[in-house]
Design a protein around this ligand. Structure first.
Ligand SMILES: Cc1ncc(COP(=O)(O)O)c(C=O)c1O
Length: 385
């Protein structure tokens, strides 16, 4: 018998983001990675070192360390104004682990999942790996939810509607009124929201992202420290759901991972106990400065249209006047040695865009933007000859 991946693997491959990143050379300016350039805060480093010395290197409970879950529950209680208990939390291998646990635990092959037409590709991939059907709801030109489209796709088979705010790859935020509207829809139509809030601490302009958990219990929140603490490699994420929904997710976590890394869980305590507040404040300030610079520069390039990001660390300019996203990204890499992610990595509707991460050193960013400006201006000049 030939050994082949199971049928649901058909058409599933390493993501375009990873493939593009593999093309980066030694001197390439990489604007393709979704992580802060900083090291983790000192308090996390010291806690990790303490953890090794104290022997925090053994299995934890499948659900995660009680002390960390307690802090996570306080964080979400403060955010939602609703009592969230540590029993509602499962600590996972990154936010992606929480997404996997959720979709693996609840999806049946006949179920439908609605995702934004431009979104983090993992939602589509993991849902399809469970055999479920994925439909894409439309976004308006400012990337807000097109509720007419979303409502038209809802059926009795719709189990989950996935939202992500602030958003990868657009950097936009779902408004308070839209969050309330989707929460009401979940209550009236009977689906569950998966709210991916991994970028929720990275916002600009003092507008704090809203969560549907404040307005309905029909939601599973996905969160983690990867983006807020510059800690993508520690692999600490979590889910927040009702105790009833959490119970089978703990079982899934046991058979998938046993538990998240004990030393990482221990270190993550310092991301949630208030000792990283200054770090976060300075990260926000720094990202806002970079956001302003990138937005201003891209807006001044003829032929590019761009929405101002409100959070995360991505900007998603429309480059359709120049061509399709994969061609443009490859040419930018070849001619300017700058790596950006083609928007098609986030769905067909993303093909008019490229994703630029501005979470890099300011001087590197300046150099990259000079090269991008040069690239697009040269293109226009050549086209006009
Ligand atoms: C929207 C979104 N959700 C989840 C994740 C996964 O985060 P983690 O590294 O904690 O698994 C990412 C990572 O890029 C992301 O962009």
């Amino acid at each position: 018998m030939d050994l082949r991946p199971k049928k649901s693997f058909n058409g599933i491959d390493i993501s375009i983001i990873r493939k593009m990143n593999a093309l980066a050379g030694k001197n390439t300016i990489n604007l393709g990675i979704g992580q802060l350039p900083n090291n983790v805060p000192d308090s996390i480093i010291e806690q990790g070192q303490r953890g090794f010395r104290e022997g925090q290197t053994r299995y934890t409970s499948n659900q995660g360390m009680p002390e960390l879950r307690e802090l996570i529950s306080i964080y979400h209680t403060n955010k939602t104004g609703k009592k969230i208990s540590p029993d509602q939390i499962v600590i996972t291998n990154g936010a992606e682990g929480a997404l996997w646990n959720t979709l693996y635990t609840f999806l049946e092959p006949e179920d439908e999942v609605l995702i934004p037409e431009i979104s983090f590709s993992v939602y589509d991939t993991i849902s399809k790996l469970q055999g479920a059907k994925v439909n894409c709801y439309k976004l308006n030109s400012d990337f807000s939810i097109d509720f007419k489209s979303l409502e038209s796709l809802l059926t009795e088979k719709t189990k989950f509607v996935i939202i992500n705010s602030p958003t990868n790859p657009t950097g936009q935020m779902i408004s308070e009124s839209d969050i309330k509207r989707i929460a009401q829809l979940a209550d009236s139509m009977g689906f569950y929201i998966i709210s991916d809030e991994i970028y929720s601490e990275l916002y600009f302009d003092n507008i704090v992202p809203e969560t549907p958990l404040s307005y309905t219990d029909r939601v599973i929140v996905i969160d983690g420290i990867s983006k807020r603490a510059a800690a993508t490699g520690l692999r600490i994420g979590w889910s927040v759901a009702s105790e009833e929904l959490t119970k089978p997710m703990i079982v899934a976590n046991q058979y998938i991972a046993t538990c998240a890394s004990s030393i990482s869980q221990y270190a993550a305590i310092k991301s949630l106990d208030g000792s990283s507040c200054d770090f976060l404040e300075s990260v926000r300030k720094d990202l806002k400065k970079k956001r302003d610079f990138v937005f201003k520069t891209l807006s001044s390039i003829n032929g590019i249209e761009v929405e101002k990001p409100m959070g995360a660390f991505y900007i998603f300019p429309n480059i359709s006047k120049f061509g399709k996203s994969m061609d443009i990204a490859k040419k930018i890499l070849e001619e300017e040695d700058v790596l950006v992610i083609p928007g098609v990595a986030f769905g067909e509707k993303g093909d008019d865009y490229i994703r630029i991460s501005f979470a890099v050193d300011y001087f590197v960013l300046k150099q990259a933007l000079e090269r991008l400006t040069n690239f697009f201006n040269n293109w226009s000049n050549n086209e006009n000859k």
